[in-house]
Design a protein around this ligand. Structure first.
Ligand SMILES: *Cc1c(COP(=O)(O)O)cnc(C)c1O
Length: 372
C-alpha cells in the first residue's frame, strides 16, 4: 500500500463514517462513566434499569411525534431477530415487499416462511427502487426506509387501495432518528440502536400501531407455533412493564437514552432530519462537482440522506482510497461487501458533524491527488 499521510488540517475530528456500528458522541460516553456506570451489574428486574428502559421508551415516543395508541416494544437480537419476530408473530397469508438490496432481500426471505404464502416481491436494480402497489389479498406490505447496502431511501407512506387491515412494515434500522416521518403512515416501524441512535447493537425496537398490536395478539392466541424468543406478544407484555424477556445490555440502553434525549432537547426529528440532509447534501454536491466521483444513485429523490454511496471512475481504486483513509483514522468508508462496486459508502447519521463531512471530502481529494 502507498503510504500517504493526510495533513492534520484536512482530517475530521471524528473519523467514524460507518453504517453501523457508527460514531458514538463523546458526551454519551462521559455521561456513561459518570451516571450510567452505576447501573452496570445491577438487575434489569429492579427499578433503576426499568426506569432506564422507560426513559428510552418515552423519549422515542416523543421523538416519533407521540402517535395515539402506538407503543414502543423492544427485545434482544437486533433488527435481524425482528425479521423472524415478524414472520412468526405478525405476518399471515401473503405479503408484498420492495427489494432493491441486501436488507430488503433478507426481510423478504423471512416473510417467505413455510407457514406463509409466497410473497409478491417487487425487485429493482441496486441503486434504484420501485413503489409498493395496491394488490388484493395482501395483508402485509414491507420495505426498507433506507436500504443501507445501496443508499436508497423510500418514503414512509401507506398504499391507497390496500385491503382493510393490511399492515405496513418499515425497516427503519438505519433511518430511525435520522429521517423525519409521519408515524400514522406505518404500523410496524422497527430499528436497532447502532445507527442514528449512536449506541451498540443487539437490541431491536418497534413502534407498533394499535392494529399491529391487535394482530400480534390474535396470532399469539391462534394455534401457530411461536418460539418464546420470537413472540411479539411476550415482548409487548414485557415492554409494558419496561422489561425484556431476557437480559438486555444495560450500557446499550444507556447510550441510546442519552442520544434520544440529545435529539429531543435540540429540536427532535425535524432537527435531526435537517442535520443529516445538510451532511449528505455536501457529499452529493462534492461528488457531482468531482472529476473522479459520482453519486451511485442517479435519481435524486432516491438518494439517501443517511447513507451516501459514491462511485469512482475506473482509474481511481476506491478500495485503495478506503485503505489509505483507514490508515489515517478515517474508518468504515468501504462499500457494502456484496455490492461489488468501485465505490465508497459514507454514513451521515445524526451524530455526525457537517464540519467532519467537509473535512472527509477534503481528505478524499488529497488521497486521490496523491495516489498518482
Ligand atoms: C443494519 C441493518 C439491519 C441489521 O441490523 P442488526 O441489528 O445488525 O440485525 C437491518 N436492516 C437495515 C436496513 C440495516 O441497515
Amino acid at each position: 500500500m502507498v503510504e500517504i499521510n493526510i495533513p492534520k488540517d484536512l482530517l475530521p475530528v471524528d473519523g467514524r463514517f460507518g453504517c453501523g456500528p457508527s460514531k458514538v458522541r463523546p458526551e454519551q460516553l462521559a455521561a456513561f462513566s459518570s451516571v450510567g456506570a452505576k447501573l452496570i451489574g445491577t438487575s434489569h428486574r429492579q427499578a433503576p434499569v426499568k426506569n432506564l428502559v422507560k426513559r428510552v421508551q418515552d423519549g422515542l415516543m416523543d421523538l416519533f411525534h407521540n402517535p395515539n395508541g402506538y407503543e414502543i416494544v423492544l427485545g434482544n437480537g437486533g433488527s435481524t431477530a425482528f425479521w423472524d419476530v415478524s414472520s412468526f408473530s405478525l405476518a399471515e397469508g401473503k405479503s408484498q415487499l420492495l427489494v432493491h438490496g441486501e436488507f430488503g432481500a433478507k426481510f423478504a426471505t423471512s416473510l417467505s416462511a413455510p407457514w406463509l404464502e409466497k410473497p409478491t416481491v417487487i425487485q429493482s436494480d441496486a441503486g434504484s427502487r420501485s413503489e409498493l402497489r395496491a394488490e388484493a389479498g395482501i395483508s402485509s406490505y414491507a420495505y426498507p426506509q433506507n436500504e443501507t447496502s445501496t443508499g436508497v431511501v423510500t418514503p414512509v407512506k401507506r398504499v391507497t387501495g390496500a385491503d382493510a387491515g393490511a399492515l405496513f412494515f418499515t425497516d427503519a434500522t438505519s433511518a430511525a432518528g435520522g429521517i423525519d416521518f409521519d408515524p400514522y403512515e406505518t404500523d410496524v416501524y422497527y430499528f436497532a440502536p447502532q445507527k442514528n441512535f449512536a449506541s451498540d447493537g443487539g437490541l431491536w425496537f418497534a413502534l407498533l400501531s394499535p392494529q399491529a398490536i391487535e394482530r400480534a395478539e390474535r396470532i399469539a392466541s391462534s394455534d401457530r407455533y411461536i418460539p418464546e424468543f420470537l413472540s411479539l406478544k411476550t415482548a409487548i407484555d414485557n415492554s409494558r412493564l419496561n422489561q425484556t424477556l431476557n437480559t438486555p445490555a444495560i450500557s446499550t440502553l444507556f447510550l441510546l437514552a442519552e442520544q434520544v434525549d440529545w435529539m429531543n432537547e435540540n429540536g427532535g426529528l425535524a432537527w435531526a432530519d435537517a442535520r443529516t440532509k445538510a451532511a449528505s447534501q455536501h457529499i452529493y454536491d462534492w461528488a457531482e462537482a468531482s472529476a473522479f466521483a459520482t453519486p451511485f444513485v442517479s435519481v435524486v429523490e432516491h438518494r439517501s440522506q443517511v447513507v451516501s454511496t459514491i462511485d469512482f471512475i475506473d482509474s481511481v481504486d476506491a478500495a485503495e482510497v478506503a485503505k489509505v483513509l483507514r490508515a489515517n483514522g478515517i474508518v468504515d468508508t468501504e462499500p457494502y461487501r456484496k455490492l461489488g462496486r468501485n465505490q465508497l459508502r459514507i454514513a451521515t447519521f445524526t451524530a455526525t458533524e457537517l464540519s467532519d463531512v467537509q473535512q472527509l471530502t477534503k481528505s478524499i481529494d488529497y488521497v486521490v491527488a496523491n495516489l498518482g
